[in-house]
Design a protein around this ligand. Structure first.
Ligand code: THG
Length: 367
């Protein structure tokens, strides 16, 4: 087996030592940083997320901080969603598009103050993009990757753990809303969010030197609920229909294709990047749409490293962009990016490593 060579270009999360101590067994690079992907027992990690509570190092969700007199204007220019009604302490899921309307990232935009925002980004370089746009538009904004490291606490018991540590006020926190607070003097921002549909919180640590201390405090407090280490869970997110930018999107994917149309506001100002293209795409209708696939195979499928062609009557109709064995549905499932005319109920074939696998098209999410 091969390894990822340790270099300064593959950054370690401040929780790295804690995750190693907790028994992490694999990582993937994300935003030039290592993201834990397993602690050795994927199925146990899945059921813990579904039935209990798990603790994730998601420091790879980097915060692109945008501050200054033109910060609000710049964030609105970058995001194809109306942010005029976004309050301080509120987050919103947004599509960042290029001038063609292609999604280049799908962050949560957090409004910390009228002149200070974080874009909690997926896996692409938005610091470069935001700086270039600010310079071209002659906007006054400082753009940096903040020294902030999110940890997620996810699962049906997450609220009990977080309330035990922070108090009952956390129970009233609305989805994607956050508050700046601390835990035994460790400064952090506590948000109700996280990349699962099992409920939970994210703790945005604001002092990286305290990462191990924070990790251990959560692990200790969660012991009564049998907390354990986990990761953004591939199986749960496919079942729940959560989008993975870069995994489920390509060089021409627009928000309407991947169920993000409800987060696009076509009436935002003309200065918003890609909005003219998005209006055109909306008017003319999209070429592809994202749906689910139920495969007619009995044995669990290993994770994809490439997209698989989808065919109907030997003609390509789209791509299968991910696939997993669903522990709840007890079959292989995945996402498809399909030609518009292929609708739920259709039968397609997956071309996988020289084999043809029958599959049926269904709506997302699966569960
Ligand atoms: N949390 C934080 N940062 C992140 C992620 C996160 N950065 C990277 C990545 N995840 C960004 N992408 C997403 C994708 C989906 C969601 C959040 C971030 C998500 N979607 C829900 C859905 O589609 O059903 C809810 C969206 C909504 O209701 O507005 O949660 O997870 N900090």
């Amino acid at each position: 087996m091969f390894q990822i060579a340790p270099t300064t270009r593959v950054r370690r999360s401040p929780y790295f030592d804690a995750t190693v101590a907790a028994g992490v067994t694999s990582f993937t690079p994300y935003n030039q940083m290592l993201l834990p992907t397993s602690y050795g027992d994927p199925e146990a990690e899945y059921w813990r997320l579904l039935n209990g509570v798990s603790q994730w190092d998601v420091a790879v969700q980097r915060q692109v901080e945008i501050r200054g007199v033109d910060a609000a204007r710049l964030v609105q220019i970058l995001a194809a969603r109306d942010l005029s009604n976004c309050r301080c302490g509120q987050g919103k899921y947004v599509a960042l598009c290029n001038h063609d309307g292609t999604i280049i990232n799908d962050p949560i935009a957090l409004k910390l103050a009228p002149d200070r925002f974080w874009l909690s980004i997926a896996d692409s370089n938005i610091v470069f993009w935001a700086r270039a746009i600010a310079a071209e538009r002659r906007l006054q904004a400082t753009i940096v990757e903040a020294e902030v490291s999110p940890m997620a606490v996810q699962g049906p018991q997450a609220e009990a753990v977080i309330a035990a540590m922070f108090g009952d006020w956390v129970r009233d926190l609305k989805y994607f809303c956050f508050r700046q607070t601390d835990l035994e003097g460790i400064p952090l921002l506590l948000a109700r969010s996280g990349w699962s549909k099992q409920g939970g919180f994210e703790l945005y640590l604001m002092e990286n030197s305290r990462a191990t201390a924070l990790w251990n405090l959560i692990a200790e407090a969660g012991r009564a609920w049998d907390i354990g280490p986990g990761c953004p869970n591939y199986v749960e997110r496919v079942e729940s229909g959560l989008l993975s930018w870069g995994g489920d999107t390509d060089e021409r994917t627009n928000p309407f294709e991947v169920r993000m149309g409800k987060y696009v506001d076509l009436q935002v100002g003309d200065e918003v990047i890609g909005i003219a293209a998005l209006r055109r795409l909306h008017r003319r209708g999209i070429a592809r749409h994202q749906l689910g696939l139920l495969l007619e195979t009995e044995t669990p499928m290993p994770p994809h490293t490439v997209w698989y062609d989808l065919q109907v009557a030997r003609r390509k109709v789209g791509d299968m962009t991910n696939g997993v064995w669903s522990y709840r549905l007890k079959r292989n499932i995945g996402f498809a990016l399909l030609a518009r005319e292929i609708l739920p109920g259709a039968a397609v074939e997956v071309l996988k490593e020289g084999k043809r696998i029958a599959a049926s098209v269904t709506e997302l999410p699966f569960l």
